[in-house]
Design a protein around this ligand. Structure first.
Ligand code: GLA
Length: 679
């Protein structure tokens, strides 16, 4: 159980975005960069991300000589290249001659030339220029010994509302609804407000000044734009392949990204990579709380292809420059953030950027090499020290995780919850709800994966489905089979209300047969104001005692309850009725948490599910994260102290790969310290 992503590289990748095209008149700087990269243990750079205007300064005048020279020179020095297609930003001549490359905004108005990440993904003229560029790139660089992989475009995002996209949307809908407009009308429930369509060509995207309250339309638009971006990405991949490129492909994903469904996109790339920019040392959370959010993201990206490591394609050495407040990582934090990625399954630590730009909007963004241009800055030294650590742990490369717990996280469910005219827009908090569940397992030393409702669940023993409002076809049966066969399943309020078309499930919630699995039906969901005070009384089987816990935001009134009742509402109009239940169903258990609570208050449910599933766990000290990776014959347990305080962790034995010292029994970790225990 391991997979080396890049066999030509010894160990982990360490490097990042490098923009030598900004310094072509300074050969002295380029030489110095290579020297510094070697000193910092950097073995890879990502080039060409925004180089289109240098590659092709005027139409069809393409030359890569500058890039080839640098790639060769880097390779001679042991530094590999991740090569990007330059489609993240367009040269002025292209937009001037082919205005259809520029996106239209949500009123259908064409943007002006400028910024980046704003092309129309369906424009035939733009695609033709992309085809010419990517073909030339692949013809020149495919099979270059220094080339590791292809980086498709950059941070694909956003929507275009131009006429071409409108037409594509109509075609996509016609395919989805078998060219039968009545099927679409039924799915979208268009009789409501006289929204019935007579033909597909009447349908617009959800313009800001047009039709934007047919919920089925809004959701299908999101599904379509996911398809459109993926189609563009696949067009680039196909173009590279047709021109002879054999190297693996990736595109850099973003944290908790909202626009597109990454479950779909990730099927079409070889390796998952993402850009990790923690807002560390912020004024809302402790560092350890914030790092758990990063950890959730790592879990998400790992889970798209759990059988292999992922890549942390970008991260900031020092600081970013685009947040409301831009704080430097305090000493030691660089290593902690980087090791967290490795712990969670990344085989790379890559940065934006190797050398800081001299001008323009990212001139104050962190970099390995600062404007001062020396190798003795604090940041450079921390990067170099990490480079040395990565060499010492190179045996971990290729190892993967093996988790038995998963959390369901579907993009269309996220979108549908946010778009539903229900609950309170202030407190829907789907992402936060998922993360709170993730965190509770992490406190118990158990690292969950993230799955979609359509993923293969066969390796998991415990699955949680926070607010699974939308049930895809067949998911009721899938959950039923999972529990019947011995799985532990936890659902919450707002589960199983609608089908994939957002039509309410008739006959009670949770629908699609789940009422039987959970042994209950939900009749009302009530939204609380922050000031409302509702509590539940919990019967804690383990300690045979009861305790009260606060309810926030949502409470459901349950009926027809045949499941065991674990908690009752204590006040307000639901007083005395069940609030948390557990239904023995087949060989497993189906838990239903009908109200929003602090997960700490229901920790016993997590313990119970893990115990039923025979998964050993041990509560970790506050602020400690544990992650594990496995190769064929070795387990590596990572312990991260995400606080400034000394921490002691009990029952740890093995050799710490980072220090080489033997640990037997107790592991002491100082501020931000990391240990990797080999077993
Ligand atoms: C993103 C982009 C990079 C750069 C960084 C700055 O991740 O991909 O080009 O702009 O942000 O943090």
């Amino acid at each position: 159980m391991s997979k080396i992503l890049f066999p030509q590289v010894k160990g982990m990748l360490h490097g990042g975005d490098y923009n030598p095209e900004q310094w072509l008149d300074r050969p002295d700087i380029l030489e110095k960069d290579i020297q510094y990269m070697k000193e910092a243990g950097i073995n890879t750079v990502t080039m060409g991300v925004f180089s289109w205007a240098v590659h092709e300064p005027t139409e069809d005048n393409i030359s890569f000589d500058w890039l080839a020279g640098i790639m060769d020179r880097l390779y001679e020095n042991g530094i590999y290249t991740v090569l990007a297609t330059p489609t993240g930003a367009r040269p002025a001549w292209l937009d001037e001659k082919y205005p259809s490359a520029m996106r239209c905004d949500e009123r259908g108005v064409r943007n002006h030339h400028g910024v980046r990440h704003n092309h129309c993904m369906q424009s035939p003229e733009f695609r033709e220029r992309v085809r010419i560029m990517d073909t030339a790139l692949a013809q020149r660089f495919a099979n270059h010994p220094g080339l590791l992989m292809w980086h498709i475009s950059n941070e694909l995002s956003g929507y275009c509302y131009c006429d071409t996209c409108r037409k594509k949307f109509q075609e996509w809908l016609a395919d989805r609804y078998d060219h039968d407009i009545n099927k679409l009308n039924k799915a979208w429930w268009t009789t409501f407000w006289s929204h019935t369509f007579n033909s597909f060509d009447q349908i617009d995207p959800p313009y800001a000044n047009g039709e934007n309250c047919v919920l089925g339309l809004n959701l299908d638009w999101k599904r379509f734009t996911t398809w459109s971006a993926t189609d563009f990405m696949r067009f680039e991949i196909d173009t590279l392949r047709a021109a002879g490129a054999k190297e693996p492909t990736t595109t850099n994903f973003m944290e908790m990204f909202y626009d597109y469904d990454y479950w779909y996109m990730s099927k079409f790339i070889d390796v998952i990579s993402w850009d990790n920019y923690p807002e560390i040392h912020n004024n809302r959370q402790s560092d350890s709380e914030h790092l758990l959010e990063r950890s959730f993201n790592h879990a998400l990206f790992r889970s798209f292809k759990p059988e292999q490591p992922f890549m942390m394609m970008e991260s900031a050495p020092g600081l970013v420059n685009w947040r409301p407040y831009n704080k430097y990582r305090r000493p030691g934090m660089h290593k902690l953030i980087s090791m967290q990625a490795i712990a969670a399954g990344s085989d790379t630590v890559q940065y934006f950027q190797i050398r800081k730009s001299r001008g323009s909007s990212e001139q104050w963004h962190g970099a390995v090499i600062d404007h001062i241009g020396t190798n003795d800055t604090r940041i450079f030294k921390e990067v170099a020290s990490l480079g040395a650590d990565l060499k010492n742990i190179s045996e971990i490369t290729g190892s993967v995780s093996d988790n038995k717990v998963a959390i369901i996280y579907d993009w269309d469910n996220r979108w549908a919850i946010d778009d539903a005219w229900a609950l309170s827009n202030e407190t829907k908090k789907f992402d936060e709800t998922c993360m709170n569940i993730y965190n509770e397992f992490m406190h118990l030393g158990i690292e969950p994966d993230i799955v979609s409702s359509d993923s293969d669940w066969s390796k998991y023993k415990v699955i949680c489905a926070p607010m699974l409002y939308v049930l895809h076809d067949g998911i009721g049966q899938k959950i039923s089979d999972f529990v019947c066969n011995g799985g532990e399943f936890m659902a919450t309020y707002f589960t199983g209300y609608v089908n994939k078309d957002l039509l309410a499930n008739l006959g009670g919630f949770p629908g699609d047969g789940l009422d039987k699995v959970f042994g209950l039906r939900s009749e009302e969901i009530d939204t609380l104001y922050p000031e409302d005070q509702v509590t539940i009384k919990i019967r804690d089987k383990a300690s045979t005692s009861t305790h009260s816990a606060a309810v926030y935001d949502y409470q459901e009134l349950l009926r027809d309850v045949s499941a065991d009742v674990i908690a009752h509402y204590e006040n307000d109009y639901m007083a005395g009725t069940p609030a948390i239940t557990c239904n023995k169903y087949g060989k497993g258990h189906a838990y239903y948490v009908a109200c929003r609570t602090n997960q700490h208050d229901i920790e016993f449910i997590y313990r119970e599910m893990l115990a039923h599933a025979d998964i050993p766990f041990a509560k970790l000290p506050e602020g400690i994260e544990k992650h594990s990776r496995y190769s064929d014959d070795t387990a590596y347990d990572f312990y991260l102290n995400c606080t400034e305080d000394e921490k002691t962790i009990a029952d740890v034995s093995g050799v710490d790969l980072l220090t080489g010292s033997e640990v037997s029994g107790e592991l002491n970790l100082g501020r931000y310290q990391v240990a990797i225990i080999k077993k």
